[in-house]
Design a protein around this ligand. Structure first.
Ligand code: XMP
Ligand code: MG
Length: 179
């Protein structure tokens, strides 16, 4: 294991099984509906790629990139759109795919923006949820794993743009992000 990483929190097989389960549930829930799956760059990229291949109904995909101003491992709640969608969400059922919900501030903002654009519905699917850190109430419709309040990397999640390619989810050593 790399020296900055503490322990493996979620293994590759566990992730695979959960992603399959989520894909099956989403396929059931949206059967016969016009579904647009929106991945939030960059963190959700790996999860999104695996999840959509477990979805068995026709879908469209698109991506958005947002950045929250401020500290390195803390969300400030002020969110800026770096890349907007390429397609309209009007009258479509929208599913936002996130890597992790922490304070919930990013997600709250995203849901508000998308709802203002006239979609048929907006729901949220996240791989990880850190409920201890919530600063605002957000509704999560599909959740992979509830995790403790620790900074995690791997399977799309980064620290300083590193570790996104790892197949498992690891806890980053505290001295790394507190130094
Ligand atoms: P909020 O606080 O707005 O933040 O819910 C969500 C975004 O914060 C990042 N984030 C993390 N990234 N390991 C990461 O690699 C973590 O433990 C972590 N916690 C929050 C992430 O970009 C997410 O989309
Ligand atoms: Mg990040």
């Amino acid at each position: 294991m790399q020296q900055d990483l503490n322990k493996c929190l979620v293994g590759a097989n566990e992730i695979k099984a959960k992603v399959k389960e989520l894909g099956e549930q989403i396929s059931k829930d949206y059967a016969g509906k016009d579904l647009l799956v929106i991945g939030i760059l960059n963190g959700a990229v790996i999860f999104m790629a695996d999840l959509i291949r477990e979805i068995t109904i026709p879908i469209n995909i698109d991506f958005m990139a947002v950045s929250s101003y401020g500290a390195t491992t803390e969300s400030s709640g002020v969110v800026r759109i770096l890349k907007d969608l390429d397609q309209s969400v009007e009258n479509k059922h929208v599913l936002i795919v996130e890597d992790i919900i922490d304070s919930g501030l990013t997600l709250k903002y995203l849901v508000e923006i998308l709802k203002s654009r006239g979609p048929a519905s907006v729901k949220v699917c996240t791989l990880l949820d850190k409920p201890d850190r919530r600063k605002t109430e957000v509704h999560v419709d599909y959740n992979g794993f509830v995790i403790p309040d620790e900074f995690v990397v791997g399977y799309g999640l980064d620290y300083d743009e590193k570790y996104r390619h790892l197949q498992e989810i690891y806890v980053l050593k505290e001295e790394i992000y507190h130094s």
